[in-house]
Design a protein around this ligand. Structure first.
Ligand code: SF4
Length: 389
C-alpha cells in the first residue's frame, strides 16, 4: 500500500526512487515546485521533499539549473549526515543556490513534540510529522547497549489484541527519511542524556515494518551508509508480526540486518486469537518462510514471546514453542508484558516465566528473559500509541 502523501510528485528525476512510487517521464526538466500534469497516468504534484531524490536525480536537477554536479554530494551530506532541517544551514552553498532549493523543495523533517523520561532512564518521544501525525520512538539505555526503538507506520492495520497500536487505525506509512530522523533524534538524546553513542536500532515501534517494505529497507540503507549514520547492519533488528511472503522477500534481497518474529503463541488456534494476521499467515507458512530466510541469509532469527497469564504459559506451550523454533538456528526473547487499558491480558507470574525459560534452555535453546522498560511512561513493548494526539 502507498499512502497519499507519497503520491504527490512525479518527475523524470525520480529514476531510482524505489517501488511502489509513481515514476513518469515528462521528457524535460520540470520546475520541481510547480509541476501539475493532468494526463491520466499522472497526479497533481506539490512541492517535493528533497530527501526523496537520490544522488543521480539531484545531480540532474542541478545540471538543469547550470550548477556543477559536485554540489549534489554536498547537499546530500547536509541532508543525511548532518541532518540539516533548513536550506540556510547549508553554508557551503551560495545564497542563490540555497534560494533555488528553497523555491523548489522542502525538507519534511520530523520534530520532537514531547519527551518523557522513565524512572528506569528510558526516554519516550512523541514525534510530530510534517502532516501533523504523531508517532513514537523510544531510547532504551542498558549497561551494554543503547537502543533506539523506532516506528515504521502511523498506527497499524494488524490489530494484535495485546498491543495499544493495534487499537489505532493505520493512517499511513512512514517514508525512509521519517524513520531515519527518529534514529537521529534518539541518537542525539543518547549522547545528550547519557554521553553514550547509540549502539542498536530495533524496528519495534508503531506499525508493521514489512508492510512498509521499500521505505524500511531504504531507511536501513541510509542508516548503514557511510554517507548516513554508518551503523553496522547487524546492529539493526526488524521485527515482524509475521508476513510470510515478505520474510521470503527479505531472503531474496539477502538483507544483512537481523530479523525478529513476534510469535507469542506457537499453535495456530491460540495465535489466531491474539494476532489476526495468523489467519492468513499460518505458523506453517511462517516456518517455511523463516527456513528460506535462513538459507538465503545465514542469519539466525529471534523469536519474541510474551508469556501471558493463563493463556500461553504452560510447559505444553513451551514444548510447542520449541517444536516451532527448532528448525533453524535462533534465540528466544521472553518479553515481560505491560497491560494496556484496551485489553485484559496480564503478564504471567515470575516463577512460571522462569520455568518456561528453563524448559527451553534444557532443550538447548538460547533464551533471554527481558525485563520491561519504561512502563511508567507507556514506553514499553506494546504500549506505544501516540496518545497525545
Ligand atoms: S504488535 Fe506490531 S504488528 Fe501487532 S498491532 Fe502492534 S504494532 Fe501492529
Amino acid at each position: 500500500m502507498i499512502g497519499c502523501a507519497e503520491l504527490t510528485f512525479l518527475t523524470n528525476f525520480a529514476m531510482n526512487i524505489p517501488a511502489p512510487r509513481f515514476v513518469t517521464n515528462f521528457g524535460k526538466v520540470p520546475n520541481f515546485a510547480k509541476v501539475a500534469n493532468k494526463t491520466p497516468d499522472t497526479v497533481e504534484t506539490t512541492i517535493k521533499d528533497i530527501r526523496k531524490l537520490d544522488l543521480a536525480a539531484l545531480k540532474q536537477f542541478l545540471a538543469a539549473q547550470g550548477e556543477p554536479a559536485f554540489r549534489a554530494k554536498q547537499i546530500q551530506e547536509w541532508l543525511w549526515k548532518k541532518s540539516a532541517t533548513d536550506f540556510d544551514q547549508m553554508t557551503n552553498l551560495s545564497v542563490p543556490l540555497r534560494n533555488l532549493l528553497k523555491d523548489s523543495f522542502v525538507i519534511n523533517a520530523i520534530a520532537v513534540d514531547k519527551t518523557q523520561v522513565s524512572s528506569d532512564q528510558t526516554i519516550k518521544s512523541a514525534f510530530r510529522l510534517h502532516d501533523g501525525h504523531l508517532i513514537e520512538g523510544v531510547l532504551i539505555p542498558a549497561d551494554d547497549r543503547m537502543t533506539a526503538c523506532v516506528s515504521s507506520q502511523v498506527g497499524c492495520s494488524l490489530t494484535c489484541k495485546f498491543c495499544a497500536t493495534g487499537y489505532m487505525d493505520r493512517k499511513r506509512n512512514l517514508d525512509a527519511a521519517e524513520i531515519y530522523d527518529q534514529v537521529v533524534a534518539i541518537r542525539n538524546q543518547a549522547e545528550a542524556h547519557y554521553q553514550t553513542p547509540l549502539t542498536n536500532i530495533v524496528y519495534m515501534g508503531m506499525g508493521e515494518p514489512l508492510l512498509n517494505y521499500a521505505n524500511v529497507l531504504e531507511s536501513v540503507d541510509r542508516i548503514t551508509s557511510p554517507d548516513g549514520l554508518g551503523m553496522a547492519p547487524k546492529r539493526i533488528t526488524v521485527s515482524t508480526a509475521g508476513i510470510a511472503k515478505m520474510i521470503k522477500k527479505l531472503g531474496d534481497d539477502e538483507v544483512k540486518f537481523r530479523l525478529a518474529l513476534s510469535l507469542h503463541a506457537a499453535n495456530d488456534t491460540k495465535r489466531d486469537q491474539i494476532m489476526p494476521i495468523n489467519e492468513s499467515n499460518t505458523l506453517e507458512a511462517l516456518r517455511e518462510a523463516l527456513k528460506y530466510f535462513y538459507k538465503k541469509t545465514g542469519t539466525r532469527v529471534t523469536y519474541e514471546y510474551i508469556v501471558f497469564h493463563h493463556f500461553n504459559d504452560t510447559l505444553q506451550d513451551a514444548q510447542e514453542l520449541y517444536e516451532f523454533t527448532k528448525h533453524t538456528p535462533c534465540k528466544v526473547n521472553i518479553i515481560e508484558y505491560n497491560p494496556i487499558a484496551e485489553a485484559q491480558f496480564q503478564n504471567a507470574e515470575g516463577d512460571k516465566i522462569a520455568q518456561f525459560g528453563r524448559f527451553l534452555e534444557d532443550k538447548g535453546v538460547t533464551v533471554n528473559i527481558r525485563r520491561s522498560r519504561g512502563k511508567d511512561i507507556d514506553a514499553a513493548c506494546g504500549q506505544l500509541a501516540g496518545k497525545d494526539k
